[in-house]
Design a protein around this ligand. Structure first.
Ligand SMILES: *Cc1c(COP(=O)(O)O)cnc(C)c1O
Length: 225
């Protein structure tokens, strides 16, 4: 994909998203030049999924970029990631949550996080089952954390052509979000992000309540792994 196309794709997407829906441009596996082409279209939020790649990019690219970490984060990579990240969307275990909190406190940062909910049929996808999330909320742990700002929920639908399944996955993720929003997070005014939807399913995700979409291929083209 040429830089010009990336700039155009970003502009088109930014103009087409309904108001109130935030775009995270997923730049994993794409070079810094591709990120800068999207940046020139006004895009400032980018998503990465591998710690070393993310840190290398964050060190050299403009400081007004908000970096979102969206991939499974290994506990031994937390220390590398915390200094540069604005939001970790892929918090998928209590241990990881506590570790991010401790590390953020240690370096006097506040790190925004989303709790990742798992509803998809693929076993490979990580995250809390909705019941686990309810238990975690009940345990009172959220009130005891000082280094993280819990801003919402992230989830992925099953990777299938069965649109009814995809729609029902999005509804389940939304329900998990809403029960926290009206329950243990009711007093947390920051808790308002429902991150759902990728290149192939973001329109459906928005119609099911998403207010943050994570789009890679639709902006940058296919990834070369
Ligand atoms: C890679 C990735 C995306 C972007 O996927 P595209 O299909 O390229 O838009 C979104 N969310 C997560 C969690 C990802 O890992």
């Amino acid at each position: 994909m040429t830089p010009e196309r990336i700039t155009e794709n970003t502009l088109r997407l930014r103009q087409s998203l309904p108001q109130g829906v935030e775009l995270v441009a997923v730049s994993k596996f794409h070079p810094s030049e591709a990120i800068m082409a999207s940046y020139r279209a006004g895009q400032r939020s980018f998503g990465e999924s591998r710690a070393a790649e993310f840190v290398a990019k964050a060190k050299t690219l403009p400081e007004d970029i908000s970096w979102h970490f969206i991939g499974h984060l290994q506990r031994n990579k937390v220390r590398q990631v915390v200094p540069y990240v604005s939001m970790i969307q892929s918090v998928d275990s209590e241990r990881l949550l506590r570790l991010i909190d401790a590390e953020a406190c240690r370096v006097s940062r506040k790190v925004s996080i989303l709790l990742q909910v798992h509803v998809a049929k693929e076993e490979t996808k990580t995250g809390f089952a909705p019941e686990e999330l309810a238990e975690l909320a009940c345990s009172g742990i959220f009130d005891s954390l000082n280094g993280v700002l819990i801003e919402g929920v992230m989830g992925m639908a099953s990777n299938t052509d069965d649109l009814e399944r995809v729609a029902s996955d999005f509804d389940q993720i939304r329900q998990a979000y809403e029960s926290l929003a009206s329950g243990s997070m009711a007093k947390n005014s920051r808790f308002r992000i429902l991150s759902m939807g990728m290149s192939h399913d973001y329109q459906l995700a928005i119609s099911h309540g998403s207010n943050m979409v994570r789009i890679g291929t639709g902006i940058f083209g296919e990834r070369e792994y």
